[in-house]
Ligand binder design. Structure first.
Ligand code: PNS
Length: 166
């Protein structure tokens, strides 16, 4: 049976850090689903369709990767799609407690599912979507942080948002 790995997240927006984890997962598993989910603790700046489109642009060259969305529990999506592996990136210790809690909860909800953690690449250690939004929103350079194929989209979108708000 082909092994499906899920890379879940809110991806608001996708960064080079996310893409690094997705590419490394794609090198290890037959099929990878980048799964866009709701994070109850975050209110997103990009709509679900926008986030999906941005991810699709970034993973175009990865033939075993598809993008999906789900309005529900990650554990349920995994069960419905015969996926037994969730892959997440771990940055510094600050990620650990939250990720550990989610991994245990997901396994409680779906005992067949395992969460694997990949250590983030050193250059992405400090990188986050909220940092990207903050820097780009204030006119800073985010070209080191977001994949080049979506840099223009992100700048345009955040500039528009800022214009509307001012
Ligand atoms: O990129 P994020 O925001 O850290 O990803 C968190 C996400 C979206 C993976 C998490 O909030 C999630 O799994 N949401 C779906 C609902 C769910 O399954 N909640 C229970 C998780 S313990």
């Amino acid at each position: 049976m082909k092994q499906i790995a899920i890379c879940p997240g809110s991806f608001d927006p996708i960064t080079k850090g996310h893409l690094d984890i997705i590419s490394r997962t794609a090198a290890m598993f037959d099929n990878v689903v980048v799964l866009l989910l709701n994070n109850e603790n975050k209110s997103c700046s990009f709509s679900l369709d926008e986030r999906k489109e941005l991810i699709e642009k970034c993973v175009k060259g990865l033939k075993n990767v598809k993008v999906d969305t789900y309005d529900g529990l990650l554990a349920d999506y995994a069960a419905k799609n015969n996926a037994f592996v969730i892959v997440k990136g771990l940055r510094a210790m600050s990620d650990f407690e939250y990720e550990f809690q989610m991994a245990l909860t997901n396994r409680k909800l779906n005992p067949k599912v395992e969460t694997l953690f990949l250590t983030t690449s050193a250059e992405n250690m400090y990188l986050s979507s909220s940092m990207v939004k903050q820097i780009a929103g204030m006119g800073g350079d985010v070209s080191d942080f977001v994949p080049p194929e979506i840099l223009g989209d992100i700048l345009e979108r955040l500039r528009l948002k800022n214009k509307k708000e001012s």
